[in-house]
Design a protein around this ligand. Structure first.
Ligand code: C5P
Length: 223
């Protein structure tokens, strides 16, 4: 039988990766965090002062970036040219720049190519913004996740605080989420949108266990 792909898309910080990891673990699939790839590329662009509006600079940079996942424990440990960057890509400098970098056509083309390669021969759960629409339009199971923006900001704020970030306020987080949602849904290249066949999952009032139960039910119905 052909390999299986579960696609999870949705707005920023609505728990896509939490659900994706739990689902992957239950199903014995590999979890792939596509957002981490855009974040790692963004980190490279920041460090190397790559001008995203200069097509030659973007081409050159993309030719010098190697991303790899180490998915022990279904966490998304990603390396950028061999360096572990999983923590650094979650910090604000990357969060405030990533939507601009990810809107770039050349960047998207390269990431989509790599993502499709990863899902070619393995059973995977991949989360992101365009997985059900562009990367794996034929995925047999697709979810589109959403949640109240204030709840999302509070969740992400707590996460940053627990990691020792004392400079970012709840308002900063709220604004960053609003900005990314706007940029991600209005960009020209594969904007964030629900695939016609994606199951909507609003988790504003759902626990993680309830979401997992719901998603597992859906997966078992579809497969
Ligand atoms: O999923 P995460 O919030 O880490 O993604 C960070 C950013 O990467 C998003 O705001 C979006 O701009 C970009 N992204 C994307 N397509 C994906 C995954 C992420 O454009 N498939």
């Amino acid at each position: 039988r052909k390999n299986l792909v579960v696609a999870i898309d949705g707005y920023s910080s609505c728990g896509k990766s939490t659900l994706a990891k739990a689902l992957a673990k239950k199903l014995g699939f590999i979890y792939i965090d596509s957002g981490a790839m855009y974040r790692a590329v963004t980190l490279y662009f920041i460090r190397n002062h790559v001008n995203v509006n200069d097509p030659e600079a973007v081409d050159y940079a993309l030719g010098h970036i190697e991303l790899n996942f180490h998915s022990q424990d279904y966490q998304s440990h990603i390396t950028l040219n061999g360096e572990e960057v999983s923590e650094e890509i979650r910090q604000m400098p990357v969060s405030t720049t990533v939507s601009e970098v990810s809107a770039n056509k050349k960047v998207r083309r390269e990431m989509v190519k790599q993502q499709q390669r990863m899902g070619k021969s393995k059973n995977i759960v991949m989360d992101g913004r365009d997985i059900g629409t562009t990367v794996f339009p034929d995925a047999p199971v697709k979810f589109f996740m959403t949640a109240d923006p204030k709840i999302r900001a509070e969740r992400r704020f707590k996460e940053l605080q627990s990691k020792g970030d004392t400079t970012t306020s709840l308002e900063d987080v709220f604004e960053n989420l609003a900005h990314r949602d706007y940029a991600d849904t209005t960009r020209k290249e594969s904007p964030l949108t629900r695939a016609d066949d994606a199951i909507i999952l609003d988790n504003t009032d759902l626990t993680e266990a309830e979401q997992l139960d719901f998603a597992l039910d859906m997966v078992h119905q579809q497969l």
